[in-house]
Design a protein around this ligand. Structure first.
Ligand code: GDD
Ligand code: MN
Length: 391
């Protein structure tokens, strides 16, 4: 149908504008009108409001409005009613599912994202032949008006986490204002947690071409932000998921020698850290925080360092995040056993080398320590953490 009307010809495409709302009764009609006034005339567009059963009756207000006005020029309007507040990201996805357009614009309904930027975004998409254009506050020319210092600070931190932690190149990955070709979403399996749908796309489709253009974010005049503490925890949840996603895409090292040695160096680094823990805890209990007999204090030090060694080796060296009680205790038991066995082997070997082989004590010591340390690594790798020794 759209083709019959000639919309996909020449420089025009069909654009779907997704506008999620929650308690925006005093903004939504105004923003719908403003979008209509600002859209370039040569495009065919539809607006899709996605309302989550707002208690202030945003949904009904839009519904009533649409009874009279379904269409302004080439611009049609529609609304999706969801039954409850299910989050911004998932609202946007619901809208996209309904969208007929091959270009998708995502924007807020509270005038923070000025509609006059939309034509510029669409032009840039064509001009730079990219897959996505992000309206950005954090490039030259971009700005934020009306935010408290605290909110600005939080936004900066969140942005830093995304760029440094997840390796995202876009300067404003937290933007809620962007346009993209719908087909880039193919193959993405969305978590859609919280607010950050853009970030999820950027991480999961890191290959797409993204252009940023500056704009001024205007804090809303009417109503209040829906961002709360759960939005913040949601953010950390989604960053963690995206981080793991990135890791799972990294090519795994295939050379056994490299894997063997890289784990060995982690194992021995942990061992070194154990010396530090042992030393500090032993001192601490023999005078620092309590006045134990120095041998008892040392016993506590040894116990503490075996425990930290175990935990670090489990999580870091061998990347084992399964902390179920039975499994962890079993592993811990084996780890303690091998550590003690290592000490005994070392003792026995020194005695044997010095006494029956007439080697010097320093040389015997080096040989015994190396043997015990090597055995420790290999046995823990194989029996405690159930990995192949070589690899
Ligand atoms: N349907 C639905 N469901 N809509 C929601 C929900 C929800 O659970 N939560 C928020 N919205 C709608 C709001 O009604 C508004 O239109 C838009 O999503 C943004 O919500 P705000 O509460 O106004 O967010 P903000 O102004 O604090 O943050 C905005 O700007 C940030 C900086 O660009 C959002 O766009 C953020 O995504 C963005 O990071
Ligand atoms: Mn807002």
């Amino acid at each position: 149908m759209a083709e019959a009307e000639g919309v996909n010809q020449g420089n025009s495409a069909q654009v779907s504008i997704i506008i999620p709302t929650y308690n925006e009764s005093r903004n939504i009609i105004g923003i719908l009108k403003s979008i209509g006034e600002n859209l370039p005339k040569n495009i065919t567009a539809e607006a899709i409001v996605v309302d989550d059963n707002s208690p202030d009756l945003t949904g009904k207000i839009v519904e009533d409005y649409l009874k009279n006005v379904k269409k302004i020029a080439g611009y049609t309007m529609d609304i999706i009613h969801r039954t409850s507040k299910n989050g911004l990201s998932s609202a946007i996805l619901s809208g996209i599912q309904r969208a007929k357009g091959d270009l998708i614009v995502v924007m807020d309904s509270d005038f923070s994202h000025p509609p006059h930027v939309i034509p510029k975004m669409l032009e840039s998409l064509k001009k730079y032949q990219c897959d996505m254009v992000v309206a950005s506050r954090y490039i030259n020319g971009g700005k934020i008006n009306g935010w408290t210092l605290k909110r600005k600070f939080m936004s900066k931190i969140a942005t830093l986490i995304a760029t440094k932690g997840l390796g995202v190149k876009t300067k404003d990955p937290m933007s809620g204002f962007f346009v993209f070709k719908k087909n880039i979403l193919k193959g993405i399996n969305f978590d859609a947690i919280g607010y950050k749908i853009l970030l999820e796309i950027l991480v999961k489709k890191s290959g797409i071409a993204v252009k940023e253009i500056p704009y001024t974010f205007e804090n809303r005049n009417i109503g209040s932000s829906k961002l709360d503490s759960s939005t913040v925890t949601d953010y950390f949840k989604s960053v963690w998921k995206l981080y793991k996603f990135g890791k799972s895409k990294e090519p795994e090292e295939r050379r056994n020698s490299v894997r063997f040695i890289s784990k060995a160096s982690r194992f021995y680094t942990v061992g070194l850290s154990g010396f530090g823990v042992n030393y500090l805890i032993s001192l601490l209990f023999a005078g620092g925080i309590s006045d134990l007999w120095y041998l008892h204090a040392n016993l506590i030090g040894i116990g503490a360092s075996i425990t930290t060694n175990f935990l670090l080796n489990k999580t870091w060296t061998f990347g084992d995040r399964d902390f179920s009680k039975k499994r962890t205790l079993k592993q811990y038991g084996k780890f303690v056993t091998f550590s003690s066995l290592g000490a005994l082997v070392q003792l026995g070997m020194v005695f044997y080398l010095v006494d029956s082989q007439n080697l010097s004590y320093p040389i015997s010591l080096v040989l015994a320590v190396l043997t015990a340390a090597f055995g420790n690594y290999v046995f823990n790798k194989k029996y405690t953490f159930k990995e192949k020794v070589w690899g």
